[in-house]
Write a protein that binds this ligand. Structure first.
Ligand SMILES: [Zn+2]
Length: 316
């Protein structure tokens, strides 16, 4: 299944300015040094950084054979990888970059098995790399509407007896709540439950006041229009329309939740087809991965560059 989807994506022919092929990757990042240089430039453009010893901004030059750059005045070292996900890695930087490239170039997800096959790293290493990369992809978005769709679903859990209705012995699935701007961005969060406290809290946190919100008929969505502003000054002014799914009414004019359902099916196809199953512990990071790509679906292969930017942005 994974393969077929990838071929379909290639056929869609990405516009030239959004194309970033493996050849482009190899040209831009031929060596570990090139990758290190890239991170250094992101964090310390031109090698300019405050030297701890000189106590002023100084230019730094690469120290051969090490991941360090030395102050041009006193020789004190700075380490561009410090505080990044690469800090303690023994895996080659180029391989990390390639893993990010793969993650940014797929639509349906990329398995640790695949990078293991392509590069020869152990499965454990590949799995760890992807987990670390995913940890960079969570975003705290404020959705703007004017119209958003909201829905809840259940995901993850290991199915002991395969597909179909959950059976005894199956691990519990986790509630997931999603909100999607029509033709826009999406967020998805694992949730303790789907009671109104959880759902309305998420609206308040992530949707701009005055937006129109479409949901299904579940009771917990009642009260959306009563949500108060974050600053407590009056109502947030959300408007709410429901679709009566149980009466098989899925689309009434503009009132539907097709966008959020499309988003779910993308994630479920991916998690089911590529990752097979995802434990509760890691589910949010997979949701982050899919949302990150979904929110950049008009960027072609350049999603890779967005992932790469996060390395420096998230450095601590
Ligand atoms: Zn110095």
């Amino acid at each position: 299944m994974a393969k077929r989807v990838d071929i379909a994506v290639k056929k869609q022919s990405i516009p030239a300015h959004l194309r970033y092929t493996v050849e482009d990757f190899n040209r831009e990042f031929p060596t570990d040094d090139a990758c290190l240089e890239h991170i250094k430039e992101e964090r310390f453009p031109g090698g300019i950084a405050k030297c701890a010893k000189c106590d002023v901004e100084r230019r730094h030059y690469r120290v051969t054979g090490r991941t360090a750059y030395a102050c041009d005045h006193c020789g004190n070292h700075i380490y561009p990888l410090a505080g990044t996900v690469f800090e303690k890695t023994t895996t080659s930087l180029r391989l990390w970059f390639y893993a990010m490239y793969l993650m940014g170039s797929t639509r349906c997800g990329i398995s640790a098995k695949q990078i293991q096959r392509e590069t020869g790293v152990t499965y454990k290493t590949a799995w760890r790399m992807f987990r670390q990369i995913r940890s960079l992809l969570g975003e705290d978005l404020q959705l703007e509407g004017p119209t958003v769709e909201m829905d809840e679903t259940y995901m993850g859990g290991v199915r002991k007896y395969g597909v179909g209705r959950p059976m005894r012995g199956d691990k519990k699935k986790t509630p997931v709540v999603g909100i999607v701007e029509r033709k826009g961005r999406a967020i998805a969060r694992t949730s303790e439950g789907v009671d109104s406290k959880a759902l309305l809290g998420m609206v308040r946190e992530h949707v701009l006041p005055e937006s129109m919100i479409y949901t299904d008929e579940m009771k917990s969505y009642g009260g959306i229009e009563q949500i108060r502003r974050k600053d407590g000054k009056g109502k947030a002014g959300y408007q709410h329309r429901r679709i009566n799914h149980s009466a098989k009414v899925y689309v009434v004019g503009d009132i539907h939740t097709n966008s959020v359902e499309g988003f779910w099916s993308l994630i479920k196809r991916g998690i089911g087809g590529v990752y097979h199953s995802v434990s509760q512990k890691y589910l949010q990071s997979y949701l982050d991965e899919y949302s990150f790509r979904y929110n950049r679906r008009d960027q072609g292969n350049l999603v890779f560059k967005s992932i790469l930017e996060k390395v420096a942005q998230r450095a601590v």
